[in-house]
Design a protein around this ligand. Structure first.
Ligand SMILES: *[C@@H]1O[C@H](CO)[C@@H](O)[C@H](O)[C@H]1NC(C)=O
Ligand SMILES: *[C@@H]1O[C@H](CO)[C@@H](O)[C@H](O)[C@H]1NC(C)=O
Length: 205
């Protein structure tokens, strides 16, 4: 065997490096903007948190929208369910709103990742893909709570040590409508059925 010549070596190294960050490069390969449901699933799986708006029950803004940040996960990295899961306590201000009215809205944006900054997309630009979910928040039990735990604790390991006297529980966002801003021409809507059928990632061989 002859020693590798520098250009060959560089080529092999390049191939090696290209294959190495398979997970992270796949992470940021956003689906084509006209495959709206896939874009929505992609955004929902990329982000680690969402802004959740509830209808406030707290003075002096009773009845007004109240938006707050929540850690979420739709599944461990690489296994997206599309369902946003959260780890909540009834001591929390927005969760107190949900006890009165479980209807809420979640917004998630690729501005929460490095993608938009790297592409030079302003967070308000539709090219910096973002989605809004309408629906309600429900506690989950049994096997679904087991999945929620795995989804959340793998991506938010600090949660494991959150104080037990807060009576944390697992919840999901039950989606009734998905709104997608991923290109010019206004908002597009996706039904929950279309959303859950979509594949966030291209199948790899
Ligand atoms: C889960 O259990 C809680 C407490 O027992 C209950 O209030 C809630 O309705 C249950 N949720 C589901 C989806 O079964
Ligand atoms: C959950 O969402 C579905 C639509 O995906 C809707 O038909 C159903 O009524 C919702 N359930 C609750 C409890 O809001």
């Amino acid at each position: 065997m002859t020693p590798l010549q520098p250009p060959v070596y560089a080529l092999l190294l390049g191939l090696f490096l290209a294959s190495l960050p398979a997970t992270s490069s796949r992470r940021f390969r956003i689906p084509p903007h006209d495959q709206v449901a896939r874009v929505a699933r992609f955004v929902a799986h990329q982000v680690d948190w969402a802004s959740m708006a509830t209808i406030s029950t707290h003075k002096p803004v009773v009845g007004q929208p109240f938006s707050n940040a929540f850690s979420m996960s739709d599944g461990p990295e690489g296994s997206s369910s599309g369902v946003p899961y959260m780890y909540l306590t009834r001591m929390e201000i927005s969760v107190q709103d949900l006890e009165v009215n479980p209807q809420a809205s979640l917004s998630m944006s690729l501005a929460q990742t490095d993608y938009c900054r790297q592409q030079g997309f302003d967070p308000q630009s539709p090219l910096c893909a973002h989605i809004i979910l309408s629906g309600s928040v429900m506690e989950v039990n049994g096997t679904e709570a087991e999945f929620a735990k795995k989804a959340l604790f793998t991506r938010h390991p600090e949660m494991i040590d959150w104080p037990t006297d807060h009576n944390w529980f697992f919840a999901k966002f039950n989606i009734t409508q998905v709104w997608v801003l991923d290109y010019f021409g206004g908002v597009k809507t996706v039904t929950p059925e279309e959303y859950f059928q979509a594949e966030p990632y291209r199948k790899h061989h």
